[in-house]
Design a protein around this ligand. Structure first.
Ligand code: DP6
Length: 324
């Protein structure tokens, strides 16, 4: 009969960015990365292996969507479990998908946990993280809560490329204010974008060469609870990434006018004594990092920036979990 399981995973935002793969087929990152798991953004996914079903189905918020990437992860689960049937995958986000916040991170982390459980595998966290990574690199980090590091590893099989918790959410309360500068998703997908950077940007070798140093410096800032250090390193990694993106052919220019205005608003707040730093992924939304006591001020300031549609405040969240 049917074999089913439901899991929840939270999204994450990288402080030290992952961009580029050392193995595209196994989806192994070329550089390590460090992220914050976000309490406010989560995905719930139910996987049902159904004998007799002709092909995998992927439903996002009740609408049928392309199942190719989900199928790829399900194939890995079928191979290692011996479950042969196709599956129905039903996913919902707790945030409006149209806001361009839908992330592959929470989606593939929830899928890895639900699919492996439905197939009767009892994988350890590390194995789940590797499985999620095969779906999407950033998803490996969403297995864990708080602050998380994804190792690039060196093994050809990628078995040393998994994420690990660096610090529990409660150990250092940090807040992320998300400024939504564009509704809808027009961005170039990360997988395609990073493939282009590796092939065409003259900055790519330097990006890979300096990645480990950035991870090491961030680890130290976290160990010492140095917020200014953390913020400066996060902005540095973000701007270095966007320099790499802009020097890709064709150029990956993810920012809009409001993205730039929000960056300046963050710098202006800082000039006025508020400890706040920005980071931006492969899209136009701006995420501002600050201690909790400044979150309201930061959200109000970003909410007044021309072109910012709305702001959301998130604390650090927990790791992926099985719901049933
Ligand atoms: C800019 O994890 O989406 O958000 O492994 O190809 O699915 P794939 O890429 P993905 O890339 C994330 C890129 C980023 C930086 C980060 O999250 O580290």
């Amino acid at each position: 009969g049917d074999r089913t399981a439901t899991a929840r995973a939270h999204s994450n935002i990288a402080l030290i960015k992952y961009w580029g793969k050392r193995d595209a087929a196994l989806n192994i990152p070329a550089v390590g990365s460090i992220s914050l798991t976000l309490d406010a953004l989560s995905t719930d996914t139910t996987v049902t292996f159904r004998p007799g079903l002709e092909q995998d189905e992927f439903w996002l918020a009740g609408t049928r969507a392309d199942a190719t990437r989900a199928s790829h992860l399900l194939d890995i689960v079928r191979d290692s479990s011996g479950v042969g049937s196709r599956a129905v995958v039903e996913s919902t986000n707790n945030f409006p998908t149209a806001a361009g916040l839908a992330s592959s991170a929470s989606g593939f982390a929830a899928l890895a946990v639900a699919a492996s459980s439905a197939a009767g595998l009892s994988l350890k966290d590390r194995e789940l993280s590797i499985l999620a990574r095969r779906g999407s690199g950033s998803a490996a980090r969403s297995l864990f809560g708080g602050i998380v590091e994804l190792h690039a590893g060196t093994r050809a099989d990628g078995l040393d490329s998994f994420a690990e918790p660096v610090l529990a959410a409660a150990a250092w309360p940090l807040t992320v204010v998300i400024a939504i500068t564009e509704l809808g998703q027009k961005s170039v997908n990360s997988t395609t974008g990073m493939g282009g950077s590796a092939l065409t940007s003259p900055f790519y070798p330097a990006w890979v060469d300096t990645g480990n140093d950035d991870v090491a410096a961030m680890r130290l800032a976290i160990a010492n609870r140095e917020f200014q250090q953390l913020g400066e390193l996060a902005e540095y990694s973000c701007l270095k990434l966007h320099g790499l993106m802009m020097s890709t052919r064709p150029a990956l220019l993810y920012w809009n006018a409001a993205t730039m205005a929000a960056i300046h608003a963050v710098r202006e707040l800082r000039a006025n004594g508020i400890p706040v730093y920005f980071t931006i992924d492969a899209g136009p939304q701006v995420k501002a990092l600050c201690p909790p006591e400044h979150a309201r001020t930061v959200a109000d300031a970003l909410g007044q920036v021309a072109g910012v549609h709305e702001t959301r405040i998130s604390t650090l969240g927990r790791g992926a979990q099985l719901l049933s």
